[in-house]
Design a protein around this ligand. Structure first.
Ligand code: OGA
Ligand code: MN
Length: 290
């Protein structure tokens, strides 16, 4: 008797990887993320490494499904503490809630309804997550799009005169403000990046899995190029950020409920448009350890 095939019939064939046509990102179709096997996950992981951001539409993920799928990428980090000091979803320390919704006078999540500026998640830590998975439960009719940009493309776009220098520099990644501009819980605000809490990371990195070179910028606010006078650091950072966040290096995602987007937090940055504060937007996120 032949062994039963490990793939359910039709499942692998149904998996379709459709690049966005922008500088990064792919839409992965034909999968229900609650029930995939090892070979399907291997194809997803490869597509994720190739495209830096992958989108799955029409998913039906309870928190435990989101956690289970995210765990296939690696060990999960606990979510950061919310701006109001609230810690985690009860019983689910892996879940970070991104939301403007206020219930009984308490914000249920972080980042409000304003713009979230370009950033990479939790880079103020010595070991930032390698990936984040963001799942949409409720989205506003307009606004709240999330954009992603490729940091491989940013390295490629760096002019020759900057490349040599860039490889010698480390960036101070600020731990004072989050991407919504809110002061992190427990931090005394300061606007001197040299003394602010945070971590130094090399400006130019080699991706440990793809071997490709990329920039690692974190956030612009309170960033500092180690060892440089502040004005020189600011001028150089402004120049690099303008190159890295050019429209041609970015992809815009317009959310529908049931979308899961998983990004490589090492070689992609993201930002979010503001939306109507009177509308509801509720997203659940996991973060996978680097
Ligand atoms: C995040 C984030 C943006 C958004 O979850 O890390 O930056 O679209 N979210 O809500
Ligand atoms: Mn983020």
């Amino acid at each position: 008797m032949p062994l039963a095939p490990r793939l359910r019939p039709g499942q692998a064939q149904a998996l379709e990887i459709v690049p966005t046509g922008a500088a990064l990102g792919a839409d992965i179709r034909g999968v229900d993320l609650r029930s995939i096997d090892e070979s399907v996950f291997a194809a997803i992981y490869e597509a994720w490494l190739d495209h830096a951001v992958v989108l799955f539409r029409n998913q039906h993920l309870a928190d435990e499904d989101l956690i289970a799928f995210s765990r296939r990428f690696g060990t999960l980090d606990h979510a950061p503490i919310q701006e109001n000091g609230r810690r985690f979803v009860e019983g689910r320390p892996e879940i970070y809630v991104v939301s403007n919704v206020v219930e009984h006078g308490v914000a249920i999540g972080s980042l409000g309804a304003g713009e979230a500026v370009w950033h990479t998640d939790m880079s103020y830590l010595p070991d930032p997550p390698k990936a984040s998975a963001l799942y949409s439960l409720e989205v506003p009719a307009t606004g709240g799009d999330t954009c992603f940009c490729t940091m491989y493309g940013a390295w490629d776009a760096l002019p020759d005169d900057l490349r040599g220098l860039a490889q010698t520099l480390r960036v101070k990644h600020d731990g004072t403000y989050n991407s919504g501009g809110y002061v992190r819980a427990g931090v005394t605000p300061t606007d001197d990046p040299r003394t602010a809490p945070g971590t130094l990371h090399p400006l130019v990195c080699t991706h440990p899995e793809t071997g490709r070179r990329h920039l690692y910028l974190g956030r612009r606010r309170n960033a500092w190029l180690e060892g440089l006078p502040l004005d020189e650091s600011n001028a150089l950072l402004d120049r690099i950020w303008e190159i890295a966040t050019a429209d041609r290096l970015a992809w815009r995602h317009r959310w529908q409920p049931g979308d899961l987007v998983v990004w490589d937090n090492r070689c992609a940055m993201h930002r979010r448009d503001a939306f109507d504060p009177g509308a509801r937007r509720v997203m659940h996120r996991t973060q996978i350890k680097g």
